[in-house]
Write a new protein. Structure first.
Length: 518
C-alpha cells in the first residue's frame, strides 16, 4: 500500500509540473508535439521548464534531488536553461526551519545552544537534499576561538528515503523478472548498493570519519583542502567542522578575476580523482559543483576545497588493479588487452571471442582519442559501451556504479574549467606511474616493510612450528599405515573366504561324481 501511494504521488507530481509535456516536447515528431499540447490543456504550465523540473524534483525528495544534481553537471547533455536551474539543487534547496535545527543540535549535545557556540547564525549558508549548514564560532580545547560550520540533518529523512527505496526494489524486481537483460544488469544488487550509500549518508558521524580519512590520504598531495572535524561535537544528526573559505568552482568568472589558472585547476582535478581511486581506493563520490570550492587564500591559493563526504566510494585491491590495467590498455589503444581483461575477470562469458570483443571496443573508443573534452562526451562513450555490453552479455558490476557516477561529475567539472583539456593525455602518465609502482621494487619493499612485524613475530616460532608439523606428518603417516594394514587384513580375509568357498565347491562336485558312479 505504501508503494502504491508513493507511486501515485510521483505520478501526480509528474502531471502537476507538466514533466510529461516536457518529455513529449523534446521529440521532433509533429504528432508527439500535438499529444504534448493535448495533455497540457487545462494545466497552468507557464513557468519555465527548468524551474518546473527543479521544483518537481524538490517535491519528490532527496533521491530525486541527487539525480538532479548529477544532471546539473552535464551541460553537454541538457539545454543551458535547464542545467542552470538544476544547479540550484546543489546547495540551494529550500531550507527547513532554523528552530528545528537548533532543537536538533541541543538534543544531540544535551546542552543549550549558548553553551556550545559563542556565535551561531540561524540563517543557513547552504541547504541540500540531506542536510543544511549554519556558520558558528566556538572555543576549541586550547581556548582558541574557531570559526566552524555546523551541518544538521534534515528531519524525517529516513522515512522519506525508505519509501523511495521500497519502490525502487519493487521496480528492480520487475526489471529482473520481465526484462531480457534483467540478470545481466543486476538491478536488485544496484539498488542494494544505492541503499547502503544512502543510509550511510544519514549517519553524520560516518561522514565525519570519511572526511578524516580523506584528509589523511590527501595530506601530502598539496592539491586539495579538507576540513578538520571537531570530534567533541560530532553526532549522528549533527557534525561540527572547520569553516572553509573559497569560491564555488562553478563561478569561473570570479576565479579568473582572482587569478586562478583554470587549466591547471582542471589538470589537478584529474590528478586528485585518480589518486583517490587508484592509490587509495577511497574516493569522494559526490563531486558536484556545490561540494567543490577553490581557495583564494595566499597560503593555499588555487587548491581545491572538498566538502560534504556523505557519499564515498571504496574499491578492493582486485578492482583497483583490474581498472588500472583496463585504463592503461585503453590509453595505449591496446584493445585486445581490454577484451582479454574482461574475459579474465569473468565480466563476459568465457566463450566470448577475443577478436570480436576487441573490434567492438575499438569501434566505441577509437573515435574519441586525441580530442579535447569539448569535442567528446564521456556520457556518449558510456552509452555506446552499454550497447556493446548488451551484445556481449557483459555483467554490470554494482560496486562500480559510484565510480561511474563520479566520472561523469569529473568530466562535467573539467568541461566547465577547460574545454580544451585532453583527459587521456592528462591521466595516462599518472596511471603508467601507478602501474610501475605496483609491480616494481618499490612496491616489493613496501610489502616487506608492512609485513615485517608479522614476520618478526613468526620467526622465533618457526622451529616449534616445524617440529609440530613433522610430528603431525609422522603421526599422519603412521595412521595411514595402520589404516592400510587394517584394509589389507580385511582384503585377505575376503580372499581367504573366496578361496575356501571355491575349494568347498570343487570338493562338493567331486563327491557328487563319486556317488553317481557308485
Amino acid at each position: 500500500m505504501n508503494r502504491l501511494l508513493r507511486g501515485s504521488f510521483i505520478l501526480w507530481i509528474v502531471l502537476r509540473y507538466g514533466l510529461d509535456e516536457l518529455v513529449l516536447n523534446s521529440f521532433r515528431k509533429p504528432w508527439l508535439r500535438l499529444i504534448a499540447r493535448i495533455v497540457s490543456f487545462g494545466r497552468n504550465l507557464k513557468a519555465p521548464r527548468g524551474q518546473r523540473l527543479r521544483e518537481a524534483l524538490e517535491r519528490l525528495g532527496p533521491i530525486f534531488v541527487k539525480f538532479g544534481q548529477v544532471l546539473s553537471t552535464r551541460r553537454d547533455l541538457l539545454p543551458a536553461d535547464v542545467a542552470q536551474e538544476l544547479a540550484k539543487l546543489q546547495d540551494r534547496v529550500p531550507p527547513f526551519d532554523s528552530e528545528v535545527a537548533v532543537a536538533t543540535i541541543e538534543r544531540s549535545f544535551q546542552r543549550p545552544l549558548a553553551q556550545i557556540f559563542t556565535e551561531f547564525e540561524r540563517q543557513p549558508v547552504a541547504s541540500a537534499s540531506i542536510a543544511q549548514v549554519h556558520l558558528a564560532k566556538l572555543k576549541d580545547p586550547q581556548g582558541q576561538l574557531r570559526e566552524v560550520a555546523v551541518k544538521v540533518l534534515r528531519p524525517g529523512m529516513l522515512r522519506a528515503i525508505e519509501k523511495d527505496l521500497s519502490l525502487m526494489r519493487m521496480m528492480a524486481g520487475w526489471l529482473e523478472s520481465l526484462s531480457a537483460d534483467g540478470k545481466r544488469l543486476k538491478p536488485r544488487e544496484v539498488v542494494a548498493e544505492f541503499d547502503k550509500y544512502l543510509h550511510d549518508e544519514l549517519d553524520l558521524v560516518r561522514e565525519a570519519a570519511s572526511a578524516a580519512q580523506l584528509r589523511r590520504n590527501m595530506a601530502g598531495l598539496d592539491l586539495v583542502l579538507i576540513p578538520e572535524m571537531f570530534w567533541d561535537f560530532c553526532h549522528s544528526d549533527v557534525i561540527v567542522m572547520e569553516r572553509m573559505r573559497g569560491v564555488p568552482i562553478s563561478q569561473t568568472a570570479r576565479l579568473l578575476e582572482a587569478g586562478v589558472d583554470l587549466k591547471k585547476l582542471a589538470r589537478d582535478g584529474v590528478t586528485i580523482f585518480f589518486t583517490q581511486v587508484f592509490r587509495d581506493g577511497f574516493f569522494h563520490a559526490d563531486m558536484h559543483p556545490g561540494n567543490i570550492f577553490v581557495s583564494t587564500d595566499a597560503a593555499t591559493f588555487g587548491r581545491y576545497i572538498s566538502l560534504d563526504f556523505g557519499i564515498v566510494g571504496t574499491l578492493t585491491e582486485f578492482d583497483k588493479e583490474y581498472l588500472a590495467q583496463n585504463f592503461t590498455a585503453f590509453f595505449r589503444r591496446d584493445y585486445k588487452r581490454v577484451a582479454e581483461l574482461h574475459i579474465e575477470s569473468g565480466w563476459v562469458p568465457p566463450s566470448t571471442r577475443v577478436d570480436e570483443l576487441e573490434a567492438a571496443v575499438r569501434a566505441v573508443c577509437e573515435p574519441y582519442f586525441d580530442r579535447p573534452l569539448k569535442e567528446i562526451s564521456l556520457g556518449m562513450v558510456l552509452m555506446r559501451l552499454f550497447q556493446t555490453s548488451r551484445r556481449f552479455n557483459v555483467e554490470i558490476q554494482p560496486q562500480l556504479v559510484l565510480l561511474q557516477k563520479t566520472l561523469l561529475n569529473i568530466e562535467g567539472l573539467g568541461r566547465d574549467l577547460d574545454p580544451d583539456l585532453d583527459l587521456w593525455s592528462t591521466a595516462k602518465p599518472f596511471l603508467e606511474k601507478w602501474m610501475a609502482d605496483q609491480i616494481g621494487p618499490r612496491k616489493l619493499w613496501e610489502e616487506l616493510r608492512n609485513q615485517a612485524p608479522r614476520y618478526a613475530k613468526l620467526l622465533p616460532e618457526l622451529p616449534r612450528l616445524l617440529h609440530d608439523y613433522l610430528q603431525q606428518r609422522q603421526g599422519g603417516q603412521q595412521r595411514e599405515l595402520a589404516s592400510l594394514i587394517a584394509e589389507q587384513r580385511r582384503t585377505n580375509r575376503l580372499l581367504q573366504g573366496l578361496v575356501y568357498s571355491a575349494i568347498g565347491f570343487l570338493l562338493g562336485l567331486l563327491a557328487m561324481q563319486f556317488f553317481i558312479r557308485i
